[in-house]
Write a protein that binds this ligand. Structure first.
Ligand code: PLP
Length: 405
């Protein structure tokens, strides 16, 4: 049973008032709130078990190491990865995406080569590729999208040449909410023998992910967007790629032996985890993923789907409000504009009513350029949101939209 009112009690922050109103938190695409179990895991780690991992033979270090490695297995099972040693802990999806861009280009990208991304990428999956393409004199190519916010798959097919070396694409757009047909896109890339990375920052918290079924080569996400703390993220990569690729950073833990002249690198996954990692964050991420598994990702998906359909229908009926992005399959986020109003003003007025939304470019400036707008207002859902919250939001937004006419 997915009982949202009971579930909300697990999230202490939700019961507070903001600006004298009950908090309505619709900024989940930016970051999610944390259940008590995750908060407890962090507090307990620092009050009872804290010790650096992998390096100590004393009891606390072993407990800490066990919690860290157990979290790796939890992530493995959550995304159905074949091996736990393919799970690399990073500080977030941005680091995961940069890691792959840096080391893949170092190993395989040559002058004149091509990399494909979409035109709806978050800056985190665009700028790293701009940097490495510039460095290696390679070309970055873009999959266009149409006015509904749907990627043009025929155009994508036509972007491939014998020079194409890599594809990196967002699973769910944080701005448009579009769920991209990544299975099809992965199969097309593999048809050209090209590896593909998926930015799962906005998908993994909304529906079940099975990296083996998808058959992508890399999959990345952030902990803080999936009810875990900030400063922890995941990169999953196929063993065959992780073995072939050079390390990202040098330091402790990523080595087997070191002499003054030479280093033998450690095995996976440690080869990519230089220095003291965020082991407390990793443990808390594991707790968050177990929490979601207990609720059931399918249940979360259908609850949020209901919210998405309900909110879309209600928003469409508000005069002077226009939804940006009308893909047939959407998850998580709805961007909109209000005639005559700047998105920042909408966000500020809603905040006075206790409603938290995000406004601006959402780190996707090329999307704003495509629609010719300076920014949008964006409401985004989490598992604890309700239809009542949407009703309150719609009532407030209707008044505000009228005010600006
Ligand atoms: N990719 C997408 C699709 C996102 O929505 C975000 C954050 O909003 C990121 C990447 C970057 O996430 P982080 O700041 O957690 O690294």
């Amino acid at each position: 049973m997915f009982d949202v009112e009971t579930i909300r009690k697990d999230f202490p922050i939700l019961s507070q008032k903001v600006n004298n109103h009950n908090l309505v938190y619709f900024d989940n695409a930016a970051t999610t709130q944390k259940p008590q179990a995750v908060i407890d895991a962090i507090v307990e780690s620092y009050t009872k078990t804290n010790s650096n991992i992998h390096r100590g033979i004393h009891t606390l270090s072993q407990i800490s190491t066990n919690l860290y490695e157990a979290a790796r297995k939890t992530v493995q099972s959550f995304i159905h990865a074949p091996h736990d040693y393919e799970i690399i802990f990073t500080k977030g999806v941005t680091e995961s995406l940069n890691l792959v861009a840096q080391i893949f280009s170092e190993a395989f990208l040559e002058e004149g080569d091509e990399v494909i991304v979409s035109a709806m990428e978050h800056h985190s999956n665009l700028v790293p590729w701009q940097i490495v393409c510039e460095r290696h004199k390679a070309h970055l190519k873009f999959i266009p999208f149409n006015h509904d916010g749907v990627l043009d798959i025929e155009a994508y097919k036509n972007l491939f040449t014998e020079k194409t070396k890599f594809v990196s694409v967002v699973h769910v757009s944080n701005t448009l909410g579009t769920v991209n047909p990544i299975k099809t896109m992965i199969d097309i890339a593999h048809g050209h023998n090209v590896p593909i990375m998926i930015d799962g920052a906005q998908s993994v918290q909304h529906f079940p992910i099975d990296v083996q079924e998808l058959d992508c080569d890399f999959f990345a996400f952030s902990g803080h967007k999936i009810y875990a703390p900030t400063g922890i993220g995941v990169l999953w990569g196929k063993e065959k790629w992780l073995e072939k690729l050079p390390p990202y950073q040098g330091g402790g833990d990523m080595i087997k032996t070191v002499t003054l002249e030479k280093t033998i690198y450690n095995d996976l996954p440690f080869k990519f985890e230089a220095g003291t990692t965020n082991y407390v964050g990793a443990h808390a991420l594991g707790v968050a993923l177990n929490y979601l598994t207990n609720l059931g990702m399918e249940n979360i998906h259908s609850h949020e789907k209901d919210l998405m359909l309900y909110a879309t229908e209600k928003l469409s009926q508000i005069p002077y409000v226009t939804i940006i992005g009308n893909a047939p399959e959407k998850a998580g986020a709805i961007s909109f504009e209000v005639d005559g109003a700047h998105s920042a003003d909408i966000g500020m007025i809603l905040d006075k009513q206790g409603i938290a939304i995000r406004t601006g470019t959402h780190c996707t400036e090329p999307i704003m350029q495509y629609y010719g707008v300076p920014g949008t207002a964006r409401m985004s859902f989490g598992l604890y949101n309700t239809r009542d919250e949407i009703d309150y939001f719609v009532k407030m937004l209707s008044k505000i939209a009228m005010m600006f006419q």
